[in-house]
Write a protein of this length. Structure first.
Length: 234
């Protein structure tokens, strides 16, 4: 057996890091998610996935939680599912948020909470303006509209997915990453304004069940899909 060269070792290490990053991003996007599901989606062996999970856990990037099944399981250890830890968001990049946080600190010093609220509303108005065309093209079906909103948010770096609620009465839009997390942690007006923007874009009242800024592993917005949407002017 030949000894690998330094260049070959570097290439192997780079491949490992790239794969580990893929594992982390999928956990942030879809967590809680099991090792078996990660292996299936990434076309990796279970051993490879567990190796990366061990490293990510040791680095504090992911956390493992015991799954709580809807139906009773047989005897044995509960299945474990993984979610992104707070440090994972720094790993995925939030440099812009640091600059925004500094700017908002100055705004608050000069204009108080009203200045922060105005900034949050302006940011949400900009989201509404950018998303409105795609949302109009999605039609009146609320499930389709929720999926479209999740797709738009994902394109903006929020690692968003639309997840149906059992029974088909609602869809939950889950944002596994927030590019402005540090800002939202300090100024919750951003989360409140974003929730109002979702309601306007979808045409129904929505409920924010959890936020990353509040310490949860994902932002979750509950969207009822069995009621008619509000039309403009109604």
């Amino acid at each position: 057996m030949t000894t690998p060269t330094a260049a070959e070792i570097d290439e192997i290490a780079a491949d490992e890091a790239t794969t580990r990053d893929r594992v982390l991003r999928l956990i942030v996007e879809l967590g809680p998610i099991s090792a078996a599901e990660l292996a299936r989606r990434l076309d990796l062996t279970s051993a490879a996935v567990r190796r990366h999970l061990t490293t990510l856990e040791s680095e504090g990037q992911v956390e493992a939680r015991d799954d709580v099944p809807v139906a009773k399981r047989g005897r044995g250890r509960p299945a474990r599912k993984y979610v992104g830890a707070a440090s994972a968001h720094a790993q995925l990049g939030t440099a812009y948020a640091q600059a925004a946080l500094a700017a908002l600190t100055q705004i608050k010093e000069q204009l108080g909470d009203e200045g922060i609220a105005r900034f949050a509303e302006a940011r949400s108005d900009e989201m509404i303006a950018r998303y409105s065309e795609a949302m109009a093209e999605a039609g009146d079906d609320l499930t389709t509209r929720a999926e479209t909103l999740a797709h738009l948010l994902a394109a903006d770096g929020y690692a968003a997915t639309a997840r149906p609620v059992p029974g088909g009465i609602a869809v939950q839009v889950c944002q596994g990453h927030c590019p402005v997390l540090h800002v939202a942690e300090a100024h919750h007006q951003l989360c409140e304004a974003e929730t109002r923007a979702f309601s306007e874009l979808l045409g129904v009242h929505v409920q924010r069940l959890a936020t990353l800024a509040g310490g949860e592993h994902v932002c979750t917005t509950h969207i009822p899909v069995k009621i008619p949407i509000r039309k403009e002017g109604s």
